[in-house]
Design a protein around this ligand. Structure first.
Ligand code: COI
Length: 351
């Protein structure tokens, strides 16, 4: 771990924090955060400081041109005194890929790991010890240089904030098939974890929620047939006893939970198929019973069952099973993440 500064007030902030009874997802914020600044082509050493508002120029490029990339990851402490991170290097590599896509500077791996280790260690007493709960960590980088010229910001800030949290979405989800708006296309920013992708999804989320759905399902911008992902989660379907998920086609997020589930499923002997998946074919397979289950996954969501997929005209498709294969994979993944079983893949990293 490299050296970093600790600001006055950190100890008092930590001493004054109490875990709320109801955690929710992102409702309670850990009392400290880590910050590093980029200027003149280099990052400073970084600082742990009390969680609070940050100053920003009104003309900062993040506020006008959405120069922002982020990650979502978790620290676990179920049944252990020391916390652990799950595949932090995979998050680092994806953050670098996202930053590269937006021509932004990324911190070194050493600075990234220092930030995560510092905040995780400081927050150890507040990392929930209930299975399924964790300390959600949100590292992000944004362009801070003010100005309207459309070029990469010459200054940036790297922040890590954290939230003791439950799973993102409780209970089986109702999925709204989005056939009007599109979110990402090959060559765009769909594979980058950047705020603009989430902003592009908000109208569909609002419409979905007004109609009683949990989340929107995105289709490709060209043919409106190929399944991409849900807002913030990758999609899986159980078809004829095998596990199917959309191919990484350059427009969907390369989910680390997605990748972990594929590895876990293969290790269990399940046949796993990554391929272009057509929505109309999947709906027909649900209707005929060939597709028995659909579920979603993501760092925040872990593995979330799906109860139904619905069209704007009210037609609904309900897979026969809800949370069968999903529950088994969720338990298998969580058992590794929470160090309840041996980690055969080298994913867990105590800090
Ligand atoms: C995550 O799973 O970490 C995400 O960033 C998705 C978001 C919907 C919470």
């Amino acid at each position: 771990m490299s050296t970093y500064k600790t600001a006055p007030g950190v100890e008092a902030a930590l001493a004054g924090y109490r875990l709320p009874e109801k955690l929710g997802f992102g409702l309670s914020t850990a009392p400290v955060m880590f910050s590093a600044l980029y200027a003149n082509g280099a990052w400073d050493e970084g600082e742990l400081l009390p969680h609070g508002p940050v100053e920003i120029w009104p003309g900062a490029r993040v506020l006008h041109y959405a120069e922002l990339v982020f990650e979502g990851m978790k620290a676990y402490r179920v049944g252990n005194d020391t916390p652990s991170l799950f595949r932090p290097q995979a998050n680092y590599q994806r953050l670098v890929r996202s930053a590269t896509r937006l021509a932004m500077p990324a911190p070194s791996e050493a600075l990234f790991m220092t930030a995560l280790t510092a905040i995780t260690r400081a927050c150890t007493p507040f990392i929930p010890r209930v299975s399924g709960q964790s300390l959600y960590l949100r590292p992000f980088i944004f362009g801070t240089e003010p100005g309207y010229q459309i070029r990469p910001s010459l200054t940036a800030r790297f922040l890590v904030i954290a939230n003791p949290a439950e799973v993102y979405s409780a209970g089986p989800m109702r999925v709204s098939i989005e056939r009007d708006d599109s979110r990402a296309s090959p060559g765009g920013t769909g594979t980058a974890k950047t705020g603009g992708n989430y902003a592009a999804s908000l109208r569909a989320t609002q419409v979905a929620s007004e109609r009683g759905y949990t989340v929107a399902l995105w289709l490709d911008a060209g043919t409106r047939q190929l399944i991409q992902e849900l807002s913030g989660m990758n999609l899986f379907a159980v078809i004829d006893g095998t596990l199917h998920t959309p191919l990484l086609d350059g427009s969907i997020l390369e989910g680390i939970t997605r990748d972990s589930l594929l590895t876990l499923a293969r290790a269990r002997g399940l046949t796993v198929v990554e391929r272009p998946m057509r929505i109309d074919e999947l709906l027909e397979q649900i209707r005929s019973g060939v597709c028995t289950e659909v579920f979603a996954c993501g760092t925040a969501a872990i593995v979330s069952p799906i109860e139904l997929l619905g069209e704007r005209d009210g037609t609904e498709y309900r897979p026969r099973d809800v949370d069968v294969v999903a529950a088994s994979l969720r338990e298998g993944l969580l058992a590794i993440q929470e160090r309840r079983v041996e980690d055969p893949f080298g994913w867990v990293q105590p800090v």
